[in-house]
Design a protein around this ligand. Structure first.
Ligand SMILES: [Zn+2]
Length: 479
């Protein structure tokens, strides 16, 4: 009994020592020369960022990532001692590439003293009540330094997820939260902080209509929505000419990403009979000009394809066309990001030996390596364009539109391509690894209709398929 109590006592002492050690550790880190980031996010999601540094050494050199001229944020520095600064491109040593939106600000301090860098960072939180998503700017600095990062969030209902985890959370008042993070020297693997949270208050939606396009947006993103609708109007004639069709009243909405949705740039839900509104991930407005616009045009092209009768069930065709023609258009407009997007697709696509795996891609089953599916689908259009020229697409869409039938098979598209080119294009598709087998289950099933025994089996299969179909029709899918 006594020894057990003694064990408890020593365990208690051990815990006490461990706790006090970690308190000392954190205190020590904060009291040392650390870089302090204070990110104050307002109700609309914009942030003021202050980076402070207290130096007590002579001849100190330190570098910190600051927004480059290409970003819309202008930084400035306040100092109470002599400093020398030098601005150079910020290099990502793992890829040997330059950061687009950030520079390396190197500061030399001959004497002890303080400095503070300040800048505004609009849309640091993307807010669409009740959802909000915060992603910090790049927090990068000399590898031998430590940083304490404080993030102040307002209107917080609750935090759903953060990465990395803060070491401390402080409730300033009912709705305001202050989160503390520490980025340690050398162990710095990540350089951003992500927070998914819920905000209080209701979304105030505004409707914008420009000709045949309608935008439904939170008031705070009205200008961005207007720009998207202007863009749609600007490219409409071009798309209408390529696809030989017109669209009526297409609606566009924004969304903020929930956990696991950051990589989705946009989507259009569809069921068996119609395509829904276009949804765009507002987060991509933070990317290089052209990315958000490409995603917006991509979704619009799904509507054109549907309008001429191409089912999203031939998903490779939908996604390949949506990317091929959206990249083609943003390049023509001259957005800076256009070449980057195109290069990325082509570089990755040219390394692919086979493309045929995309043939079985449907909206009902989303593969894990989705990126490969998008790239391979794009490459079919890329190679067709290289071989036959751009007119082949205009002819293809013209014939599809004239047919007035819903296209659900790759083989149907290849037939039309054969007619247009006067060549056997199926050879090319077979070389790419397509099977071009008719996957129309109904036709296959009915070819056995004279055989009585099998017809019983078929009836059962049809009932089974009908059941599946009923489920499929009820469910909405995204493309
Ligand atoms: Zn798509």
């Amino acid at each position: 009994m006594y020894s057990l109590r003694k064990d408890f006592l020593s365990l208690f002492l051990l815990i006490l020592i461990l706790i006090s050690n970690s308190i000392i550790l954190i205190k020590a880190q904060i009291e040392e020369n650390y870089i302090e980031y204070f990110i104050k996010v307002d109700n609309e999601g914009s942030a003021i960022i202050e980076i402070s540094y207290k130096n007590n050494k002579e001849n100190k050199i330190i570098w910190i990532a600051v927004p480059s001229e290409r970003s819309l944020s202008k930084w400035f520095i306040e100092n109470d001692t002599l400093i020398y600064t030098n601005l150079s491109p910020l290099i990502d040593i793992s890829t040997n590439s330059t950061y687009y939106f950030y520079d390396n600000l190197t500061i030399f301090m001959p004497y002890p003293g303080n400095f503070k860098i300040k800048y505004n960072f609009s849309m640091s939180s993307l807010i669409y009540e009740p959802n909000a998503y915060f992603m910090s700017p790049h927090i990068m600095f000399s590898l031998n330094e430590n940083a304490l990062i404080k993030i102040l969030l307002q209107n917080v209902e609750n935090i759903e997820y953060y990465y990395p985890k803060p070491y401390k959370e402080e409730k300033i008042n009912e709705k305001t939260l202050l989160l503390y993070f520490i980025f340690r020297s050398f162990s710095q693997r990540i350089n951003r902080i992500e927070i998914y949270y819920k905000v209080t208050g209701k979304v105030f939606l505004e409707k914008v209509k420009i000709n045949r396009f309608i935008g439904i947006t939170p008031l705070r993103y009205k200008k961005i929505m207007e720009n998207i609708l202007f863009l749609y109007n600007e490219i409409y004639e071009n798309l209408s000419k390529i696809f030989h069709t017109n669209l009526e009243n297409v609606s566009v909405r924004f969304f903020t990403p929930k956990l696991g949705e950051v990589s989705i740039q946009g989507y259009t839900p569809f069921n068996a009979s119609s395509l829904g509104d276009i949804y765009l991930n507002i987060f991509y407005i933070r990317f290089i000009k052209g990315y958000f616009e490409q995603a917006a045009i991509h979704e619009l092209i799904h509507h054109f394809l549907w309008s001429i009768g191409i089912s999203p069930e031939v998903l490779w065709f939908h996604e390949g066309a949506a990317n091929f023609f959206s990249i083609y258009l943003i390049k023509r407009i001259g957005f800076e990001g256009a070449e980057m997007i195109e290069k990325d697709f082509i570089n990755k696509g040219k390394k692919m030996e086979y493309l045929g795996f995309i043939e079985s891609w449907t909206p009902y089953h989303q593969p894990i390596n989705m990126q490969d599916y998008y790239i391979a689908s794009y490459m079919v259009f890329y190679y067709l364009n290289e071989t036959y020229g751009f007119e082949i697409f205009e002819k293809l869409f013209y014939v599809i539109n004239e047919k007035k039938e819903i296209i659900k098979e790759t083989s149907e598209i290849v037939h039309i391509l054969n007619d247009i080119t006067g060549e056997d294009t199926s050879k090319k598709f077979l070389e790419w690894g397509f099977s071009l087998s008719n996957g129309n289950y109904y036709e296959k099933i009915f070819s056995y209709k004279n055989q009585i025994i099998e017809s019983i089996l078929i009836s059962l299969i049809i009932i089974f398929i009908a059941l599946i179909f009923r489920i499929a029709i009820k469910r909405k899918f995204k493309i």
